[in-house]
Design a protein around this ligand. Structure first.
Ligand code: E4P
Length: 217
């Protein structure tokens, strides 16, 4: 499974990237706002750091305007994936930008039918938002499972990018169901390393080690 980091904080991306954990990055207008940085500058910095796809989102609502914004964002670097919303205009923009040779991430997906349309429009990635569905008591993971089945039925090449991952359980479930990619905030990725039995076991080993009086270095 590919790991994308869902942030525009360059230091946090760099830390995970140094561990080989980063296959790509996703940003959105809210994350750019949180970073306090200029979108073009910070996106360029991220693309210089990370080899994989870096999603940068358009903010226009009309297809032609999205296409113009997408073309500008795509010029930042070769590894830009233009992010467009899952609206009818967004699908039109997806189709044009894909045919021009760009990677396109179709975002704000909340139904399997939307995901089917995105695949038909040639999306490189479809981003179903798990956490936001769970927020309104719908089953975000079921959506991932449904899209997996539909894409497998017809051998669509669009990659499922599980988004709005809020917990380590989301990460585990998305991997189990067969999501191609997940994008998660840095702290969720780091928390995947935690287990109380690991801490307990380590503590016991170190106590016994101390009793031996030995040193490795
Ligand atoms: C995905 O590309 C989005 O940036 C992100 O996953 C949204 O997550 P949120 O619902 O926690 O804001």
């Amino acid at each position: 499974m590919k790991f994308f980091v869902d942030t525009a904080e360059v230091d946090a991306i760099a830390e995970l990237n140094d561990l080989g954990m980063v296959d790509g990055v996703t940003t959105n207008p809210s994350l750019i706002m949180k970073s306090g940085r200029d979108i073009l500058e910070v996106t360029k910095e991220i693309t210089d750091l990370v080899d994989g796809p870096v999603s940068a989102e358009v903010v226009a609502l009309k297809a032609d305007d999205m296409i113009a914004e997408g073309r500008k964002l795509a010029k930042i670097a070769e590894n830009i994936a233009v992010k467009v919303p899952l609206t009818w205009d967004g699908l039109k923009a997806c189709n044009v930008l894909t045919n021009e040779g760009n990677m396109v991430n179709v975002t704000l997906c909340f139904s399997a039918n939307q995901a089917l349309l995105a695949a038909k429009a040639g999306a490189t990635f479809i981003s179903p938002f798990i956490g936001r569905l769970d927020d309104i008591n719908l089953d975000g993971m079921q959506l991932i499972a449904d899209i997996r089945q539909i894409y497998d039925n017809f051998e669509y090449e669009t990659e499922i990018l599980a988004a709005s991952i809020r917990s380590v359980n989301h990460a585990f479930e998305a991997a189990r169901i067969g999501s191609d990619v997940m994008t998660a905030p840095p702290d969720v990725i780091k928390k995947m390393a935690d287990h109380p039995l690991t801490d307990k076991g380590l503590d016991a080993f170190l106590k016994d080690w101390e009793k031996t009086g030995q040193k490795i270095l």
